[in-house]
Design a protein around this ligand. Structure first.
Ligand code: FES
Length: 129
């Protein structure tokens, strides 16, 4: 069974072919979906992130993910993979519009769970942090 970084897998898998046992090699690859880039000017330059539990309001000027913005503001939200796979960063969004940077989908539903590591604010956001 071979699983790991793409470069390592690409370097090692020919060894099974060279040994004549390629049929015995099982591989598993993981990769994050490519990020969808928002054209300049499409994202707001400033958004407010209201954190319900802590009572803080964070104003951000960058179009980074919510996880990156919160960390920059000194918050420490739970996280793991930072690429939308593990759901460790799941957080309830009470209001606001977020963009999923993997799919490009916009979501404006109130009281929905979002992944901070793949969500970017498109409007002011209220989070239950
Ligand atoms: S940190 Fe894993 S999904 Fe966000």
């Amino acid at each position: 069974m071979l699983c790991g970084p793409a470069g390592m897998m690409d370097a090692l898998s020919p060894m099974w072919t060279e040994a004549g046992i390629a049929h015995r090699l099982k591989t598993e690859r993981f990769a994050a979906a490519p990020r969808v880039e928002v054209p300049a000017g499409a994202a707001p330059s400033k958004v407010k992130l209201a954190l319900v539990r802590s009572g803080r309001t964070v104003t951000t000027e960058r179009s980074e993910t919510l996880l990156e913005q919160l960390e920059r503001a000194g918050e420490r939200p739970a996280n793991g993979c930072r690429m939308g796979i593990c759901n460790t960063c799941l957080c309830r969004k009470r209001t606001g519009v977020v963009e999923n940077i993997v799919t490009g989908e916009l979501s404006s539903e109130p009281d929905e769970d979002i992944r901070l590591c793949v969500s970017r604010a498109r409007t002011d956001i209220e989070l239950t942090l």
